[in-house]
Ligand binder design. Sequence first.
Ligand code: SF4
Length: 351
Amino acid sequence: MSATAACATRHDWSLAEVKALFEQPFNDLIFQAQAVHRQHFDANRVQVSTLLSIKTGACPEDCKYCPQSGHYNTGLDKEKLMEVQKVLEAAAEAKAIGSTRFCMGAAWKHPSAKDMPYVLKMVEGVKALGLETCMTLGKLDQEQTKALAAAGLDYYNHNLDTSPEFYGNIITTRTYADRLETLSYVRESGMKICSGGILGMGESLNDRAGLLIQLANLPEHPESVPINMLVKVKGTPLADEQDVDPFDFIRMLAVARIMMPKSHVRLSAGREQMNEQMQALAFLAGANSIFYGEKLLTTGNPQADKDMLLFKRLGIQPEAREEHDDEIHQAAIEQALVEQRDSKLFYNAVV
Ligand code: SF4
């Protein structure tokens, strides 16, 4: 398939076609993905979001990868729903260091009627700061989706996680159909969709292809497609899963880029465990979005500084919502470079 042919936005991918993409020689796949990427995006821009957990742990769902599930003992500190003011303070900090989107996540099966007014206030407040808003709160009904859209929520994150065939091995408390229903309500309400999955849960190539087919064959592609590498947490049932071959992970990003050419493909969870060379390869394969993560909100976070340094070294600019944000972010990068110049971190490309 030529890069141009692959670039057409399609919603009718078959398993055989997608497997053929995966099974190409690595260089051919990356070349094709990069060619597709350049037809829709500036290849040297990456969108930056900040993620904040607004309610942590004790989730009634049993997602086998998740340390927040109440079904597993992972020693995680449980926290109640954060106060609105604290969320807004965190959002203001995220904006100050250049994030353009603020994502708020709550470990719920679904938001309760009692919590919804607070959640809506958070959306309104973050939006008023001039940030794009994103939330992940579990299953939604139609009333809730409408209320969130009316409050100014731009994106709703609800991952499909894996293929329909493998899904029952990972989650038993919520069905695949429930997930698709929530996505359809989000779409109906006019919000943008953020939906992706996880590699490294013991799934097969067919399952990886099957996940991408589910996403790409939706009536509209999700605007944001997070591809996560399993973070193996002690106490969860997947703690001892085998590592994914890093090249297979890059292949997944490349195939996602080809199948959903206009979507932001996000290099998501697990990025902290990837070395800089692998992250650079991910950007080459068409990943163009990252999370800084909530830890950035504490001062002197070395991970955040490393991210800024990596951008600088690769000549990548953060994708700006407005030019003003871009300038702030660039200033933050320059500042980080000055501060890190004499530290070990500055010279260490691999850690
Ligand atoms: S629904 Fe979300 S927070 Fe709850 S266990 Fe699953 S992944 Fe974790």
